[in-house]
Design a protein around this ligand. Structure first.
Ligand SMILES: *Cc1c(COP(=O)(O)O)cnc(C)c1O
Length: 394
């Protein structure tokens, strides 16, 4: 069967009720038919569900579907994307290990690396996303254990060459760990470049409608073992309810991403042509500094773009006030278009130098392009850009 058919047809085994849609197994535990079965399940001579901290059929369906989408055998689902990112570090790294990471990271991933892991003697070296192979390789030390990156990055939309990192990881025997949240498995599969682990915030495009949080870490069966142990013992588990929402969302991920990408490209082109707008950043615009790489490793440009408006916070405020349709929120990957000003919200806690090095300027606006009619979006943006320009010009 082809990919889309497998995604849709990967489903929890039917119960005696012959339900068509997947049931929600909202139960904390599972019963043993006998003392012998309880013993067998715990010593793992028999496989089966025990307790929803570490296994649940609804959660498993979500995991199985993401495995189909990302091309891996196994995974662990977590309550949030950050729990999966953290498990991807904590389960594999020990005191004395070193991580080479792209500097262009989601704010909380940056905080984990620079504030939490260092407390346990795990050190790091940041490399610019667009650095050359030589520069990436120069950051690798004898105690380097993992290369971690996000591509495209949030919110700078910087790309890392997956093929290049894959070959470096292989050469140096490193764990290659990719946050694939922005591209989603619909647009890019790090497994094709030798990634050992792929992590997702399922909260974003996977969920797609802004209802629940979730995360997942996938890899080969062998690779996932330490993460399964870590999650089983420490308990960052995904709720079965969230898994039930998320697994249904996955059936339409490819379809939704097609429209997110088409709308985003059209909006990016319209904004780029608007002379009242500063820089527009979108991986599939020819003006993107890594356009060649984007078109070679992504099937489309994704649902996120950024624009810069001059005039400081006053302009941002006037622009946001003038929008009629677009929502103001820090989430992304929703059917509804959302904007945020990373400088004062999602990335506010970064130092001014860190903000600068990631291109997070005061006037930067991150746009998560939704599934509305793109003509309405273009009109809403164009109008708010004009209104806010005249307000700040006074
Ligand atoms: C949102 C996000 C996360 C964190 O996910 P949560 O579900 O909010 O915990 C991690 N990485 C990227 C790229 C994100 O956008």
């Amino acid at each position: 069967m082809k990919r889309q058919t497998r995604i849709i047809r990967t489903q929890t085994q039917k119960t005696g009720f012959r339900e068509h849609s997947t049931p929600l197994f909202l139960t904390s535990s599972f019963t043993f038919e006998s003392a012998e079965q309880g013993k067998a399940l715990f010593d793992e001579t028999e496989q089966g569900n025990l307790y929803s901290r570490f296994s649940n059929p609804t959660v498993q369906e979500f995991v199985d579907r993401v495995c189909v989408m990302e091309g891996y055998e196994d995974g662990v689902a977590t309550a949030t994307g950050m729990a999966a990112v953290f498990a991807g570090f904590a389960a594999y790294l020990s005191s004395g290990d070193h991580i080479v990471s792209s500097r262009a990271l989601f704010g909380s991933a940056h905080q984990i690396i620079t504030q939490i892991l260092v407390k346990w003697g795990i050190t790091y070296t940041y490399v610019e996303a667009s650095a050359s192979k030589q520069e990436w390789e120069a950051a690798i030390r004898p105690n380097t254990k993992m290369i971690y990156l996000e591509t495209p990055s949030n919110p700078g939309l910087e790309l890392v060459d997956l093929e290049m990192i894959g070959s470096l990881s292989k050469k140096h025997g490193l764990i290659f760990n990719v946050d694939n949240c922005f591209a989603t498995p619909a647009l890019q599969n790090p497994v094709d470049y030798g990634a050992d682990l792929v992590v997702h915030s399922a909260t974003k495009f996977m969920e797609g409608q802004g209802r629940v949080l979730g995360g997942i870490l996938v890899g080969s069966r062998e690779m996932i073992k330490p993460a399964r142990f870590f999650c089983r013992q420490t308990g960052p588990s995904m709720s079965p309810f969230n898994a039930w929402v998320l697994t249904k969302s996955l059936e339409t991920l490819d379809l939704r991403m097609e429209r997110h990408c088409r709308n985003a490209l059209k909006l990016a082109q319209a904004l780029e042509a608007n002379e009242l707008v500063g820089k527009v950043n979108y991986p599939f615009l020819q003006s993107h500094p890594q356009y060649e790489l984007a078109t070679s490793q992504m099937r489309a440009g994704g649902g996120i773009l950024t624009v810069e408006l001059d005039g400081g916070f006053e302009r941002i405020s006037a622009f946001m006030k003038a929008l009629q349709i677009v929502s103001l929120s820090s989430n992304l990957g929703d059917t509804r278009t959302i904007i945020t000003n990373p400088y004062t919200t999602t990335h506010a806690k970064l130092t001014p130098e860190d903000k600068r090095s990631l291109g997070i300027t005061e006037g930067l606006i991150r746009v998560s392009v939704g599934l509305e009619d793109v003509d309405d979006l273009i009109e809403d943006f164009t109008n708010a850009i004009e209104v806010s320009a005249s307000v700040t010009a006074k």
